[in-house]
Write a protein that binds this ligand. Sequence first.
Ligand code: GTP
Ligand code: MG
Length: 698
Amino acid sequence: MKVYDAQSLRNVALVGHSGAGKTQLVSTLLFSAGAVNRLGRVDDGTTVTDYDEEEIARKHTLSASLAYAEWNKTKINFIDTPGMANFLSDAKAALRVADAAIVVVDAVAGVEVSTEKIWAFAEEFGVPRIVVLNRLDRERASLERSLDSLRGVFGRTVIPIQLPIGEERSFRGVVDLVGMKAWTWPADGSGKASEGPVPPEMQSAAETAREALIEMVAEADDSLMEKFFDAGTLTQEELVSGLKRGISAGRVFPVLCTSATGNIGMQPMLDAMVAYVQSPAERGFGATDAKGDDLRVPAGDSGAMAAFVWKTVADPFAGRITLLRVVSGSLKSDSTVQNITRETPERLGHLLLLQGKTQTPVQEIKAGDLGAVAKLKETLTSDLLADKSVAFKVQPVKFADAVISYAIEPKSRGDEDKISSALHRLQEEDPTITYNRDPQTKELLLSGQGQSHIEVTVAKLKRRFGVEVNLKLPRIPYRETISASTEAHGRHKKQTGGHGQFGDCKVKFEPLPRGSDFEFVDDIFGGAIPRQYIPAVEKGIQDARMRGFLAGYPMVDFRATVFDGSFHAVDSNELSFKMAGSLAFKDGMSRARPTLLEPIMDVEVYAPSDYAGDLMGDLNQRRGRIGGMDTRGASTIIRAKVPMSEMLTYEQHLTSATGGRGSYHMEFSHYEEVPSHLHGKIISAAKAERGQEAAEEV
Ligand SMILES: Nc1nc2c(ncn2[C@@H]2O[C@H](COP(=O)(O)OP(=O)(O)OP(=O)(O)O)[C@@H](O)[C@H]2O)c(=O)[nH]1
Ligand SMILES: [Mg+2]
């Protein structure tokens, strides 16, 4: 295997909405570049990057994976990433180590929900973006409509550098607006490119589009702007170099035209990646210095070695596989390096290059390149492996918090222990899942980004670790609160034989605004309760509020002010005041008009506009409040605030209502009072559950 210098490398991540064709594009590109000798297809389950059984079965990428090809003496590393909303964390991690985002957009649908999310990730990391308009062979595909949609969301600096030749089923080539020539491909899917002059009927459209491109490139660069004003145009050399600078600065977002299944547009796309994506030598890698200031680490081969871990794969047989980008220096197999993040040495075995699931052992991975290493002991995602002399740090990628929890239980009793260790391994691979035991219900809760994320995790548990579990619908984390102020009295007194117990406190309870949780105020003057017992009163109230009053949910958004009390010189102790605090809570709650709160979610639904009416009606039925609507090309986005309890089965509903063309995203917004007619149901369900558990525990 050849070793490439940083100048001869390009790292790109293919990102975008699910179904836009990222995985198919990678497979077709690899075939066109001669890196593989068979054109793998998503529909046959034979692509290079969707090799996991679960991915093949679902026809969706669930996890980022690597592939590479050589083109014009340059090694292009591709990272194929998931586009489904529940799985975007891997797209984010990939963008952290890529030098450009290839934003793949479906030419029929235009911008979709994940397109916007990944665009924001790229923005966050300052990653240049190249848009690839794919599926141009499909009915109703359109460059104009897609451009409207893209510009509507990302601005007017989204600009074509190609025009499609032929529409829909007769899409057969592209006009390259930089080189002013035409590329065409045969309809047999062989991908054999022919180059020729711009077709006469497209000449004038191509000239207009080229002028617009030249103007945009000039606008992105002050020195070119002057030249453009003087000469009225740019030279070919200025256009090419200016375009690369504009793209690298994030001031120009070029658009390419392809059909991945039709094998159309691949060679110019590979050319564009070599020509317009910065090499790691040019771009370096974002890190922070000792003071926490940003810096870019140059990808020099000499100098200290540093490699950033962006992903970990948990394999029950091969062990951990650690995916990394060598930031600087050269990573050598069979060496020992320092894990700077965990301050511990790591012994490296074989280094690997990954072509999908195919691993090629190599002796060395040089600065700028992407590769992997197996069986590291301590190293996890976001760690920095480096020579000890390396002083910079790399901030970990921040992943989304879990939004939904399901209770899981093993199908066979004996699997209890296996579940935790398997989940622990899976969490290394997917930092967006969490699991913990509910202290109240003792259930094992698995939390993630949505229903399909949890289902995929459960499928992995079974397939990789042989653990089968039952999933139960998530429990809603209701809260309780009070709606009136009151004063309460708690007195704990026990005279049993010798040493008695005595604690006495008066507490005022007042509602606080939503989101304030709990405040405790000590308003005792003159020693009605001795200092040392005040924390015990607080503890008593704290414990009691966590057990709730109405239905056993934690009580929040109120203030407890202890303002009076009394004590006994001999019998008072901490325990007695804790009891007094708890009694005061109970006394107060009976008059403070307690009520229930439920989590409200911010929901964004994306779907073809034809479905908008039905989907809004359905959200209303779910007690949702529609906050707004936007159209993006042929799609509509509906924004709404909906109680979490109404959204538990939404994924299924949306899929069946839109024939799989809708998608949604939701995250926690805030808590709101539950309408009173629903209280009875929630309270009795909670009591029934507790009763059952109490019975089980006996
Ligand atoms: N007609 C047509 N179909 C395409 C094209 N590219 C991909 N497809 C099909 O679109 C579907 C989705 O393609 P994928 O490559 O899996 O899409 P993806 O972007 O990787 O999707 P996720 O992995 O879910 O994010 C598959 O059935 C492909 O065969 C294209 O250019 N034209
Ligand atoms: Mg895919």
